[in-house]
Write a protein that binds this ligand. Structure first.
Ligand code: DON
Length: 309
């Protein structure tokens, strides 16, 4: 092992052991019944360098529900297919509101503030329905290609569980439809949305899947150009400003990398040109972001002195 790799291995190992000893605050997502059953003590980490060296710690091979992390992949696919036209339907401003808020839609005339809050992802799902025949298969095939992993799947159980209590997302979809920014049936849009959120991956898989965002839009493993350089910069920028909802400022302040969280307890963060780091710990703070995940990443970038700033 050359020194940089040894150094990172030791830093992660030490922080992992330290964080696992500390109090594990928060709750697993309780509004999606299946997610509330997940063991809150699970803790996995994976670091993938752009030279393809990859480390994994703890529960890094165990699949979990990536939830809102999927919204980045959804955006990548639809941005790739439609180009800049997408921004006529969804904005790129931080909302400063919780991920499932209805608040700004009325004054913003149905244009969601950004593609990572639920309203924004619902509109992007609507666009996807409009550009292909079988959007679930189209999305899954895209993820398989991007991850280089043909075993990636949706979880029918998680999707059905979310659907059974999707009162706010139903309200959001109908509200946006009434404002003219959902073109297909609200039921179809919501059905696609919950499936997209139900994708399962391990930390090791997540880091590989997001490698294009650290590598100028190109997959690390097969050089597949997922997005062009400008699109890649823009998605990283939206992750930086909107990836953690009303905690995006806090994540930038504490961690200093573009990232995206999900209520399954996963977080992926990108150090452009250098690495992709994924963390999974299911207990969430009050903003719906992984408590240990945030803590781990803060200590990691503090110890390595890595930041985009
Ligand atoms: O729509 C929902 O509520 C979930 N499927 C996704 C929310 C989510 O992951 C928010 N992220 N921290």
């Amino acid at each position: 092992m050359i020194s940089k790799e040894k150094e990172y291995f030791e830093i992660i190992n030490n922080i992992y052991l330290k964080v696992i000893e500390e109090e594990n605050l928060g709750e697993t997502a309780n509004y999606i019944p299946e997610l509330s059953k997940i063991d809150g003590e699970k803790f996995g980490v994976s670091l993938l360098f752009t030279d393809q060296l990859q480390f994994g710690f703890g529960d890094c091979e165990e699949k979990f529900s990536i939830q809102s992390i999927s919204k980045v992949l959804l955006l990548a696919l639809v941005y790739r297919e439609t180009g800049e036209k997408i921004w006529e339907r969804v904005d790129v401003e931080p909302s400063g509101t919780p991920f499932n808020s209805l608040l700004q839609l009325e004054t913003d005339k149905g244009i969601p503030r950004n593609p990572f809050i639920n309203s924004g992802a619902l509109v992007v799902c609507d666009i996807l329905i409009g550009i292909c025949d079988n959007p679930k298969a189209y999305f899954l095939n895209f993820i398989k290609k991007v991850s280089g992993n043909y075993s990636i799947q949706y979880s029918d159980k998680i999707a059905k569980s979310e659907f059974s209590t999707a009162y706010r997302n139903t309200a959001l979809t109908n509200f946006i439809k009434s404002l003219g920014n959902i073109h297909n049936s609200p039921e179809d849009v919501l059905d696609l949305y919950v499936y997209i959120c139900s994708i399962e991956m391990s930390c090791m898989e997540l880091s590989k899947t997001f490698s294009f965002l650290a590598n100028k839009g190109k997959n690390l493993f097969d050089d597949y150009q997922v997005l062009n350089i400008s699109q890649t910069k823009r998605i990283n920028a939206i992750m930086q400003t909107c990836g953690f909802y009303d905690e995006s400022g806090e994540f930038a302040f504490r961690v200093g990398l573009p990232g995206k969280s999900g209520v399954g307890g996963g977080i992926v963060a990108i150090m452009p040109k250098y690495y992709i780091v994924s963390v999974w710990s299911p207990k969430l703070n009050l903003k719906g972001n992984s408590y240990r995940g945030m803590k781990f990443l803060e200590e990691f970038t503090t110890a390595t002195e890595d930041s985009i700033f």
